[in-house]
Design a protein around this ligand. Sequence first.
Ligand SMILES: CCCCCCCCC/C=C/C(=O)SCCNC(=O)CCNC(=O)[C@H](O)C(C)(C)COP(=O)(O)OP(=O)(O)OC[C@H]1O[C@@H](n2cnc3c(N)ncnc32)[C@H](O)[C@@H]1OP(=O)(O)O
Length: 279
Amino acid sequence: ATIRRTEPTAGSGDSARRFGTQRVLVEPDAASGVAVMKFKNPPVNSLSLELLTEFIISLEKLENDKTFRGVILTSDCPRVFSAGLDLTEMCGKNPAHYAEYWKAVQELWLRLYLSNLVLIAAINGACPAGGCLISLTCDYRILADNPKYLIGLNETLLGIVAPFWFKDTLVNTIGHRASEQALQLGLLFLPAEALQVGLVDQVVPEDQVLSTALSVMARWMAIPDHARQLTKNMMRKTTVDRLVKQRDADIQNFVSFISRDSIQKSLQMYLEKLKQKKG
Ligand SMILES: CCCCCCCCC/C=C/C(=O)SCCNC(=O)CCNC(=O)[C@H](O)C(C)(C)COP(=O)(O)OP(=O)(O)OC[C@H]1O[C@@H](n2cnc3c(N)ncnc32)[C@H](O)[C@@H]1OP(=O)(O)O
């Protein structure tokens, strides 16, 4: 994916030029050093290989541009933050594709979890599974107060299992016992429940999600960068190293697990059910 510079939209106010890719819009505000990164992969921001790749490219661009110290992650698709990993990437494909896809999923998590940027998730829609994982890699999570916007690692409901580094990220956020129950039951939390269990840090009216994220960002950016970054690294490095030291094994484990007939069948059935729902 190439990074395309697009002209500022009419009425975009500041002279900041937007850049990004087809599926990841980046709205930089150089004055504040904050960029808003919007997923745009309609209808549900499923994390396809293309979206993952473009996401990594855009994140790297922002990390390499010293103008930016904070990024707000949000969705350009109505009602959905991200529907999680793209199920079509995990069904009916071949082992080589599964390996390539999983490597990209690992890469995104590794880059986000240890990012030197301040990352804030402005969750303006449903946030299941891989979408929830992205929000968990952020430093702070704000969820719109809409009972339709459920959030959680619901993998067991599909007959699959969240890998250990998904689990570790959840445990680091809501604790071991809450994670044990949430992962086994594939819990999808309502906003008030997510706040109560600590899965999100704030629940605000839908039209205040972005403005709240901007004010929280200002608070985090007031901290001397290097001290904050060293502290974040201190908190997260052990978790990241657990994957780094066994990335290939993790890929092989994913490929063999997802290739099982029983797993393929449950994913197909789940996809069918999603399609019927519209019926
Ligand atoms: C042990 C170690 C080994 C590792 C073991 C394996 C690794 C496990 C880690 C997996 C992590 C994951 O993220 S697995 C993904 C889990 N994701 C989910 O369960 C969410 C599924 N989606 C939903 O619940 C809903 O779509 C929701 C997001 C709420 C939006 O609802 P809406 O009514 O607005 O939209 P829908 O009508 O449902 O969906 C619109 C269209 O998008 C499609 N769609 C929806 N979600 C999709 C998805 N994730 N991937 C692809 N396509 C999706 C639908 O089929 C529809 O297709 P058309 O009908 O053609 O338009």
